[in-house]
Design a protein around this ligand. Sequence first.
Ligand code: S3P
Length: 444
Amino acid sequence: MESLTPRPHRAARPAAPLTGTLSVPGDKSISHRALMFGALAVGQTRITGLLEGEDVLRTAAAMRALGAEISQDGADWLVAGRGIGGLTEPADVLDMGNSGTAARLLAGILATHEIYAVMTGDASLRKRPMGRVVEPLKASGAQFFARAGNRLPLTILGARDPLPITYRLPVASAQVKSAILLAGLNARGITEVEEPEPTRDHSENMLTHFGAVVKVTQAGRGLIIRLTGQPELRAADVVVPGDPSSAAFPIAAGLLVPGSHLIVEGVGLNKLRTGLFDTLREMGAPLAIRNARTQGGEPVGDIVVDYTELRAVDVPPERAPSMIDEYPILAVLCAAANGTSRLRGLAELRVKESDRLTATAALLRVNGVRVEIEGDDLIIHGTGSIPGGGLVETHMDHRLAMSALVLGQASAAPVQIDDASFIDTSFPGFLNLMRKLGAHMEAA
Ligand code: S3P
């Protein structure tokens, strides 16, 4: 929903050392899935550490509108599920706000419920391609009606007698994989998804946790995932780890500001999400993991960050799925590093909350950094210092907003952004948390 209030402008200016111990909000991917799987299970699911960001609250509202009972018990969230195939027709349009994950995964669920539903989103989400889920989901027997280019608003008539889907993903996308698996829950037989490269496996992990049978086999560099349809999904408690994609911002700030020392506690370390941390180590950052443990079926640890002079890096395209949301903040770090960095194979960034490839290049350029886009690669010429002084257009994209504010901690002149409001989609409390660590971020 568009805000009617003036958009808040924020500015960041160079910071003194950042110090402290912090935790970041719950993982966005796992939070969406916990609400959705909880709504499809029989019994009551308790979710601890749910991300209470705008994107996830949209999913909660949609699952409520489809008949699940969702309530809060202190800091925990409770979901009384309807069982597979048990969701009911919503009384109104489902507004998924800024969230591509919410929209795409929900399209999968709705494809195999025999109900009529209409889904929309904000101006950013209404630009994003839905064909990547609509086309494969049609094989279930569902019908879809969308705007030109398969854009939202999208009308879905779910299949009466849903068929299982077999599909090879043309792009590495956990959202598309998950949409097909979610559709497969209410189809008799085996749903099969082949992915060319492994992508985040939170859906597979959580399906198993809720009692479904999911088999994963290697296929070249990728995987084949097979789900047995119409399982009895049983409610199960979910503990959501801290989001590594959110942790990336304070970690980057700690690496950029001389003298900084931070400990980020309870960060999810699923290896299909930690490409950024591998990359930072290649750049010379001594990230240490303490208290490695398993929490709610996912690996978790505390990350210790100390300021480091970074060197340039060459990131191979096959690493992209494990750090797909981290390229804007990585680009900021590359701008501060010495030497030319090349981030390869970033075509998927063009269809995120904004065209993140173009917008990340613009974010750096307006702050005096030399950047080129060559095909799908982003090339950043780091000189070890960032002039800054730019006003960054954030295009309704939370990760661009936070990346620009972090850049401002290490630039010679302050950096401004046009709109801070979208930060709440994934990282409510970001500005206050960063300020507590010593960052300089303020209303302009
Ligand atoms: C997500 C998958 C990624 C990521 C998004 C969350 C998920 O999208 O960019 O923020 O929860 O499955 P794609 O799978 O489309 O790359």
